[in-house]
Design a protein around this ligand. Structure first.
Ligand code: ACM
Ligand code: ZN
Length: 522
């Protein structure tokens, strides 16, 4: 059975269905994406049935194929399975008889893309959505703002894109490098483009959750509107991502600046942004980031200190907590839940209805206590789900072997885990080719973690099915990491590649992958 992700139940039948020419379909459900010819005596019959959301039953017999599903997406997933089983696009001429009953393990099966550090654009995002759809992933977390670029049009604050979407130069050569490539780098999505992409994803059962990162990672917004910061200084959108680059100018670390949450104007700005962004994204979630918020500016700011004093807050962490709670209430009034990275739990006063996304490389007892006491959580533990890391750092198996229990979630509280999500941060990912090499086959491993029951997961079986899937990467024009790269066996070589990455050759593994491929590696 060549199918990724592994289905819930699979029974092998006898014989096979022969594909003679173009397949025809007859459906009780409206399936606009299925372009097969309609027929009254079809090869594939789709019937509406009482089933869980996204589930389907697929029966392949010698004389016909039947799909049962409760909704459009369940039926599409059956077609996606049929697509891999038939390999029709790759020249397949038959489908082995079988019966599949399939449904997801987790309801939240996500992938994130950072388009602030590098911008990929509509076509690349749609292609990513297509591949997610093939893998039965259903959440696209869109990181649209960060220090190095604001990438979403906001009509009330036009300078966010006029100024905030452009930087003059870009750091290359990894963390700590002083090397900059000069030249304007920019790009953003208009609201019309956003609507088009949201609709495209929705047709494929994919919810898009926007992330507008507050209160930190706001240097691009502050460059556009300096009054957002505690100190109103004239600063540019930074082209560097972090490390030992000049950070001491005016004592400002431009690659991660925090807005002043002690001023009403700033908090109202955040509400205004949320109001506009919520109009574009129907998802019942809104991601406010909340990660890595330095408190040095707040400590010296009279506005921030006044709010702390007036509200009897313990410290600056609780000031962030108070800000988060205000945003959470604002979102709640719109029927939306706040998602934030696990640093938001540092605040002692955070409302328990927040959804926490656990990412930190260091274990976080607060995060683990939160999920084990009923809090809703999305798991993106660095070790398994930070796809921007090289394979020499995190081999493919780190993703495949993921279990929430390995990161402190007790067995009885796995039910509080909404799901898992892979992260594509793009400081050192400057093209689709590099992105794809880091992402595939990690996305396929993620899909199996997200969709398949633990009892149906098996590394050796996955590897075999992945080998069978690889022709699809070539067919779809997707760069992927071959075994030699994604499963580095040679520890000495692995150490060398890791060292080269830290010395600044951030594309070494991608180059090596190309070399291996040219020699016929898969
Ligand atoms: C993060 O990687 N700062 C969420
Ligand atoms: Zn302040």
């Amino acid at each position: 059975m060549n199918l990724i992700p592994a289905p819930y139940e699979f029974k092998q039948g006898v014989g096979s269905f022969r594909i003679n020419g173009e397949l025809t379909v007859g459906s009780e459900l409206d399936l606009p994406l299925i372009k097969l010819k309609k027929s009254d005596n079809p090869d594939i019959t789709v019937k509406k049935a009482d089933m869980p959301k996204e589930a389907y039953r697929l029966t392949v017999e010698r004389d016909g194929i039947e799909i049962l599903a409760a909704d459009k997406i369940g039926a599409y997933y059956a077609f996606q399975s049929l697509r891999q089983l038939s390999r029709a696009e790759l020249g397949g001429k038959s489908i082995e008889c079988c019966e599949i009953y399939d449904k997801p393990r987790f309801s939240f099966r996500g992938l994130q893309l950072d388009e602030s550090r590098h911008f990929f654009g509509t076509d690349a995002v749609k292609k990513l959505i297509d591949t997610m759809f093939m893998m039965k992933l259903n959440v696209f977390h869109w990181h649209l703002t960060d220090d190095q670029g604001w990438r979403i049009e906001i009509k009330k604050y036009p300078l966010l894109t006029e100024i905030g979407s452009k930087r003059k130069n870009t750091q290359v050569g990894g963390w700590g490098s002083r090397k900059m490539i000069e030249g304007e780098y920019g790009g953003y999505y208009t609201q019309e483009e956003i609507k088009e992409i949201v609709e495209y994803a929705d047709e494929r059962g994919i919810m898009i959750i926007p992330e507008i990162d507050f209160p930190a990672h706001c240097a691009a917004a502050i460059a556009a509107y300096p009054w957002l910061a505690c100190r109103e200084l004239d600063r540019e959108v930074p082209g560097y991502f972090g490390g030992v680059v000049p950070e001491t100018v005016l004592g400002i670390r431009d690659w991660n600046r925090t807005i002043c949450v002690g001023k009403d104007d700033t908090v109202n700005f955040v509400f205004d942004i949320i109001d506009e962004v919520c109009e574009l994204f129907p998802a019942p979630y809104f991601h406010i980031g909340g990660d890595e918020a330095p408190k040095n500016e707040w400590k010296k700011c009279p506005h921030c200190q006044k709010v702390i004093k007036d509200n009897g807050l313990k410290n600056e962490e609780d000031l962030q907590g108070m800000f988060n709670n205000a945003v959470l209430e604002h979102l709640k009034a719109k029927g939306k839940r706040l998602i934030g990275w696990n640093e938001i739990l540092k605040a002692g006063n955070l409302d328990k209805s927040a959804v926490v996304q656990y990412w930190t490389p260091q274990r976080d007892k607060r995060a683990e206590d939160f999920v084990n006491s009923g809090g809703s959580m999305i798991m993106s533990n660095h070790h398994s789900f930070y796809f921007d890391m090289t394979y020499s750092q995190y081999p493919l198996k780190f993703t495949y072997d993921y279990k929430p229990e390995k990161f402190g979630v007790s067995t009885e509280n796995v039910k509080n885990v909404l799901g898992v999500e892979g992260e594509n941060w793009t400081e050192w990912i400057d093209s689709v080719e590099v992105l794809d090499c880091r992402l595939h086959p990690r996305m396929e491993a993620l899909a199996e973690v997200a969709w398949s029951e633990e009892r149906n997961k098996n590394w050796h079986s996955f590897k075999k099915r992945l080998d069978a899937f690889k022709p699809y990467f070539d067919y779809l024009g997707i760069n992927y990491a071959v075994d030699e790269v994604s499963l580095p066996k040679n520890l000495i070589r692995r150490g060398k590649i890791r060292k080269l990455f830290f010395k600044g050759d951030t594309h070494y593994e991608v180059k090596l992958n190309k070399e291996y491929k040219s020699k016929g590696a898969r």
